[in-house]
Design a protein. Sequence first.
Length: 219
Amino acid sequence: MTQDELKVLVGQAALDYVVPGSVVGVGTGSTVNCFIDALATMKDRIAGAVSSSEKSTQRLLAHGIAVLDSNTVSSIPVYIDGADEIDHQGNMVKGGGAALTREKIVADTAERFVCIADASKLVDVLGAFPLPVEVIPMAAAQIMRRLQALGGQPSLREGVVTDNGCHIIDVRGLRIANPAEMEREINQWPGVVTVGIFARNRASVCLLGTPDGVKTLTF
């Protein structure tokens, strides 16, 4: 089974977690695109979606799914999104698609996070995937120095401006043994919009696409 076929499978499996009549939190990325396509088959049974990126918003609207302003929604039963890495406790690294801040905002509004991913994303320790950090442009050099002091090799993601008008620093060479601690540390630095560690907003369920079908991990 190809990676694309696995993405379609987990996208469809995520429909089981959508609460009828409710607002659905929708993430960003190629796996989420498969979920959005699947969600279109039940669009008349949901109240709409809160989207984490302009790209997802466009895809949702193209399917005729109402996209709501997050400021008008006080509660979201479930947020469905992918991950660049996920560990065996449900902690994730996200932000490969540069939507990490909005993803974290929607995840924080949601009651539970359902991660949809293929088996290659499951790791014992986070950090092999470069850690994204969204930053205010004027703080980029200072934050890169601080990330270097943590033992990472930071680099500015060329040609990328986020939906919030900010820049992304990708940090290679980190071994994130304590995700919650590192998330708190980096998030408090002036100029950091958010770091792509999702420990406070970790997944409660992961639907993992494997050659044997969809495997459900519960944290």
